[in-house]
Design a binder for this molecule. Sequence first.
Ligand SMILES: [Zn+2]
Length: 430
Amino acid sequence: MEAFTVAPLSVQPATPVTPAVFQASPNIAPQAAGSHGFTQTLLGAATAAAAARGVTRAQRQKRRATRLAQPASLDEKRFPVLSRRDPPVGSFPKMPDSVHPGVVSGQALVDLLNHAKENGYAIPAVNCVSSSSINACIEAARKMDAPIMIQFSAGGAQFYAGKGLDNSEFHAAIAGAVSGAYHARAVAEQYGVPVILHTDHCAKKLLPWFDGLLEADERYFERHGEPLFSSHMLDLSEEPLEENIEICVKYLERMAKVNCGLEMELGITGGEEDGVNNEDANPEDLYSTPEEIFQVYDALSKVPNGFFTIAAAFGNVHGVYQPGNVKLEPTILDKAQKYISEKIGAEEGSKPVSFVFHGGSGSDIKDIREAVDYGVIKMNIDTDTQWSYWSGIRDFEQKYHDYLQTQIGNPDGEDKPNKTLGWEVMLDPS
Ligand SMILES: [Zn+2]
């Protein structure tokens, strides 16, 4: 994961992370009643107390609405995992104060991405298709002492829910992404790293998927004061630029109300990903111009409370190819920063745009460093991480091939069962 090599930061929590899941589990069952009865008792007591104080239902609703309108405290944002004891809330000495373990959104998202830009690193974004791939990514982030982005493509989200599930109206792709988001929220703070939850390319024909995700964000916001996902990507790069911008502005206005960020794309990312094939794209479309990038920046900057990043094309291609086949031109990003700084009267050397690097897999470290220097704060590495996930499975199968062919019988004996091998090896992979 080359992106980590350009992210020399420490996100060590101030307090060590307690494996709360294991420590807390024997103590979570209520003493006598089941959890339902326990909740009922609490609710009953609260209602009785309210009645005694002469609080009407309308007053309670008004109070609740007032409370929801307040920004949620960090403790309220914590995902309700098993126990309230020993919260794994640390602070990261080298990070902005708002950045905390678990899923970051709103101001914490803005602060984290600005910190990346100011300190010259990009956060890797990995497309996940299962809870185990989410865990693998967050574990890698923990080991590398760095933040990470977990994202879902429409196809990956559908796979997450199960390809057997009906996906008309994108129901499976919506349910899969929401399910993955809840999984990531449940485990992220346990690992003690900041995680950005995001969704990947959404072309015009996939907008109903996007609408479903935004509804989930809005509902989550009502309860928790933040969106379910930190941000989403809209990819209308196949449409004329004016239409692309118009739709992005419309969506950003809606997303800004729940503090959700937008990633937009202009120009085309070459190669193939998630069933979209741009292998024969017009070479010119693989490179954006500073003027086009300014048009986008100008329109999206006007959205109140809007936060956005731009995936501009600088020759990026999805997938991994023989060296020499992909010609990256990161200077396009530099030129755009200079052009826009001049247009908006920003200081020389400032980087007004936060760029996203698609097709990061297989890229030369020199190109990655250059792109990061020019304001790339997020780098997508799908193919490389898919491959590393698969190669782990392949190596395991190769090593234990003879134990994995039948339920009974292996090199240790014809009647030896093969049930426990996987567990033993996985628990002690040495
Ligand atoms: Zn992409």
